[in-house]
Ligand binder design. Sequence first.
Ligand code: C2E
Ligand code: MG
Ligand code: MG
Ligand code: MG
Length: 287
Amino acid sequence: YAKSHGRNKYQFFNPSMNEGTLERLQFMYDLRRALDENELSLYYQPRMETASKRIVGLEALVRWISPEPGAGRIRMPQEFISLAEETGLIIPLGEWVLRAACNQYKEWERQGMPPLRISVNISVVQFGRDEFVSLIRRILEETAMPPDMLELELTESMVMKSDEEVILKLRQLKELGVFLSIDDFGTGYSSFTYLKHFPIDALKIDRSFIQDVPHGVRDTAITKTIIALGRRLGLKVVAEGVETKEQLAFLSSRKCDEVQGYLISKPLAVEEIEPLLRNGNLSDTIG
Ligand code: C2E
Ligand code: MG
Ligand code: MG
Ligand code: MG
């Protein structure tokens, strides 16, 4: 079973897997089991609109809750996403995440919660598949998710190649009505070409630029420039990794549309986030 089955099938072995192949097989086995036995869970981090200080969206972030008790019970995406990408398990994992996020939206809708757009991180491996657009269409239909309430977080590496295939895919996604954003903006091969041609709705400024705002001269210049660029292009601009009131004050003064970060809230499990959603208003949290 070690052969590749063409570019759209999972490729279980590849040359880069020579080192630690046994560990990888063990990992694949464990992650496969985690998927089958429902050990994956989504945490949600609020996105706050700076002007109104209201929660306007949630980012879904995957966690692997291992059944063994104790420390390290909650495994973070850094521990398993890239291996999932290398082994092809990102395909079923990514599909699970999309479906779980849409089902959660519908569940909150049934409970009468105010509607919030949910964003989902998409792996370059997922996006690259021929079936990606039809997968999104199918999940929207199956879950009855309103398309404009689903946001796909893409990265610069996916849209960098301004080839026809990528543009076509993005157009088809926009036709479905989903919201498209560029995650970790500024850390990849940013190109004005794709900003010119591609139907993107939002830019998420990477946390590494926000970190030293407003004191770091360069980070502050870069952040101001990205906000101005986004505004000129009619894109929503979101700052990631906002941890201090000073950062928030700066971003508000520069009219950055939305902020996300530990200052507002950490990513939370469903039970933890529901009270916050019922409240809707974050002024208690951030003063
Ligand atoms: P990301 O998409 O840039 O998500 C934001 C990450 O920054 C999250 O880490 C979040 O917990 C963290 N974060 C948020 N606010 C702050 C802050 O104020 N300070 C600091 N230091 N960190 C903050 P997390 O959940 O560990 O996820 C890491 C990365 O893993 C994500 O980065 C995303 O690229 C990837 N990831 C997470 N869930 C999924 C998924 O379902 N599918 C795929 N393909 N990738 C995922
Ligand atoms: Mg993200
Ligand atoms: Mg991401
Ligand atoms: Mg990011």
